[in-house]
Design a protein around this ligand. Sequence first.
Ligand SMILES: Cc1ncc(C[n+]2csc(CCOP(=O)(O)OP(=O)(O)O)c2C)c(N)n1
Length: 564
Amino acid sequence: MKMTGAQIMCESLAREGVEVIFGFPGGAVIDLYDALPQYPQLRHILVRHEQGAAHAADGYARATGKVGVCIATSGPGATNLVTGIANAHLDSSPMVAITGQVARPFIGRDSFQEIDITGITLPITKHNYLVMEVEELAEVVKEAFHIARTGRPGPVLIDVPKDVFQEQSEFRYPETVNLAGYKPTLYGHHNQIKRAAKLINEAERPVIIAGRGVIISGANAELAELVEKAQIPITNTLLGIGCFRQSHVLSLGMLGMHGTAHANLAVSSADLVIAIGMRFDDRATGRVSDFAPQAKVIHIDIDPAEIGKNVRVDVPIVGDIKNVLESLNKEIIPQYHVEWFNQIEEWRQKYPSTDIRDSEGLLPQYVIRKIWEVTEGDAFIVTGVGQNQMWAAQQFCYDKPNSLISSGGLGTMGFELPAAIGVKVGRPEETVWGICGDGGFQMTIQELATVAQENVAVKLAIINNGFLGMVRQWQDLFYQRRYVATQLSGPDFVKIADAYGIAGERVTDKVQVVPAIERAMEHDGPYLIDFQVEQEENVYPMVGPGASLAEMQLEQPRREVVTW
Ligand SMILES: Cc1ncc(C[n+]2csc(CCOP(=O)(O)OP(=O)(O)O)c2C)c(N)n1
């Protein structure tokens, strides 16, 4: 049967099981939009800025495990996607971004709204395509979804000239994909697994560092088996939160720049580090030359490019984590590490690093802890970037699998609101809380209109400190408190919400916190709370720039605080 390129695109998306598309139209994709109503199974969500579409698709993908899809027109539409694509790339989130391109005769002529988006996104996509023949379109879509979701997931961009959307061709959807040069290694090498098991069985002070790769692989159960069988303490990266129950006695919480003291000390004293589905980001390792100085390192990851990139590795295992751990667990001899466990417990007691200090004022940590208590941890938490993000990582005890959605690699302010939309659209039965910085929130605030138009029942907590808080913290600690360009005015967020038709309220006092959170939970629809918190609260512990994990600053220095 003959179809237009636009119909072929829609039909192919439907064949891939796509249910939701986040997008924004324009001239180069007008034919694609014109075909969309013929495919009612494809729900289109109109965002207010293409960056929002990419973050929403990313959040949707992380929360559902499916490929997130976004659409933008050529030129500025496409470039507005770039931050969101880069964000998905650095956090290994499966996404297909579809951009319109000027018609083929206009390419290379600096035509109206022409931009070389495949050139621009080459380093921030797993793969990208410029489709020059309508006959190739279905096969490209099939490949794009395959590449986005297999191996180490990531974003794939498909750029389609306007006249390719208009042209007709026979529709045939390929059954399979066979790409020479793209065959992710799924099973670990047998000898390497044996070597790893030997190290684990002989270790006296082992620590597991688990990352988001565990969640992507669906290996939570296999990881838990390893932890419990060999009684190995486990810490996680920021994005690894949700791969293992944090209330478990062997969980040390997050490591790194704002990790718990006992996790950082454990890694610094370990004789064996088992790194699983993580990539030794500098925020997790601290000064690399002093990272786990006494430890041998086993690194399990599906992406061979990660092995040995930042940290020397003794036993590399390339493979899908679920498969590798299944094999590894068979080789593990059950054991206890009583002395090691007691040592870590001593650190945990001595440095209760994420306890909230007494304060008359409204502390941001207190607000986030109360959201955890009221929701009983049964919620998706989507964060911004900066202090709010670190407190969200510290003050929740994450037992629910995959329940923290955060921009780790790129650290993209403005992620919080559109990503929360994507999470709620993908998992409508779940409670979704956006923990937002007042700075980050203002970067994508326009997506409140999307929330209202689609009635996306997200609950939004603005941790409003009147500053670009994390940058202010660095100015405080490392630039003698010279606050340059970090004091931030904002609108009346409650009035803004109201203007969009969204319910909300302001909280300035501790006693108001729990009732406000409860009202938000009971409200049938989206709800925004503007928490006006103490302005100069810092995140601790902190491993300063250039310091090793063992060199943490633990407490807030005493001084006058700025208040509202
Ligand atoms: C798009 C973008 N621009 C700049 C930064 C640098 N940056 C990191 S944290 C931060 C402050 C964030 O302020 P806010 O959103 O209010 O959150 P807070 O730290 O106060 O919780 C800034 C400016 C960034 N991460 N992303």
